[in-house]
Write a protein that binds this ligand. Sequence first.
Ligand code: IPM
Ligand code: MN
Length: 356
Amino acid sequence: MEKVIAVLPGDGIGPEITDQAVKALKAIEKRFGHQFTFVYGIIGASAIDLCGDPYPPETHNLCLNSDAILFGAIGDPKYDNNPAAKIRPEQGLLKMRKELGLYANIRPVELFQSLIERSPLKEEKIRGVDLVVVRELTGGIYFGEPRGRSENGEKAFDTCLYSTFEIERIAEVAFKLAEKRRGHITLVDKANVLETSRLWREVVSRVHKQHYPTVTLDYLFVDNAAMQLVTNPAKFDVILTENMFGDILSDEASVLTGSIGLLPSASYGLKTPLFEPIHGSYPQAAGKNIANPLATILSSAMLLGEGLGLREEASLLKQCCIEIINERFLTPDLCGDAPPRTTSEVGDRISAAILS
Ligand code: IPM
Ligand code: MN
């Protein structure tokens, strides 16, 4: 199969971790006789440095002309504490998601048996955790207008806005996913306070009644959901939620399994699908060859399976990741008493396993 994969390494540890995912994809290509063309593009702080634009038109065209996008990480501390910065690296990622219409962000939180003791939760709490956060990705307070400052600069405002149409289409994604899983959705919102949340409840319950009677649906306020994610995480199957709640809850959910360095994600919508780890650019580790590449490698497994329809390839790649996790061939965040391995050693080991 011939496929074009856009690779956007981005900032911080982005280049190191995407290198490992590309290595793994090249091993899959070789083993299965495919032809993947990897085309690199710039995004984020590194793109601002090069051309002043965090998502330049060349990168957008590259994405449009590819079959799938593999993305590393975005962000640079020089912007974080500078509220006056007009152009920010994160705008690149947001613009890419928006312009490609990637409204459905899927963040699976899966437990690796051999890492149970790395979880910050007690074993009896963490056992059985297998959930997916379905996060709406192109609406809500991230994008709502108007936003800005009052004339004297003493007031600031953002707008949280959702339409029925936006809620319906993400609800469809969540219900279809739930049907293939344990058939349960928890809609997380703040309907006791926010009008947008009340619209979410209305629309999601209508979609439920009309089309998905076999799925069970319940509702949870986001503060309660944040608590239950640590007190009773195994109760969740599909968590459906709006953009910002999904951002926050998926970071919380990711550490349940031991490390944020393990969580992949996929974003689907109108144009080319995007695959990225959920973690950030971890600037303190950039260039040190210590960052965990597994979230990006697991994202590339999603890219193969769901993005390109190569199911056997995806499951082999995932299996190889599980093998090295079981062997404890891991970076310092997860290795425990086993010797710490470098980012590139982990990538090499996985590609060798694919080709063995
Ligand atoms: C994520 C990230 C992004 C987000 C940032 C980098 C803009 O935190 O993908 O979860 O908030 O969506
Ligand atoms: Mn986030």
